[in-house]
Ligand binder design. Structure first.
Ligand code: FES
Length: 80
């Protein structure tokens, strides 16, 4: 099903990106979803939320991984 008519983006494409670990803002930047008329934003966010709900462990692992990377970057910057 097409979610974003302006950019012709389907729910499957949004789900594929969400399953790859991207959040809504990443997907919006990558695919252009909800960047023109904005009518698709609610539906697109719902698709992302459903994907995260189905794979909560993956979302938690991704968040932990990102936090770990951020901590390492902060430590490196503090040492420099
Ligand atoms: S339908 Fe997605 S920006 Fe218009």
């Amino acid at each position: 099903m097409i979610v974003c008519v302006c950019h012709r983006v389907s729910d499957r494409e949004i789900a594929r990106h969400a399953h790859a670990g991207m959040d809504f803002e990443d997907i919006q930047f990558e695919l252009g979803v909800a960047t023109q008329c904005g009518q698709c934003e609610g539906c697109a966010r719902e698709v992302v939320a459903q994907c995260n709900a189905r794979h909560p462990v993956a979302a938690i692992q991704l968040a932990a991984s990102l936090q770990d990377s951020l901590n390492r970057s902060t430590q490196s910057a503090a040492q420099a």
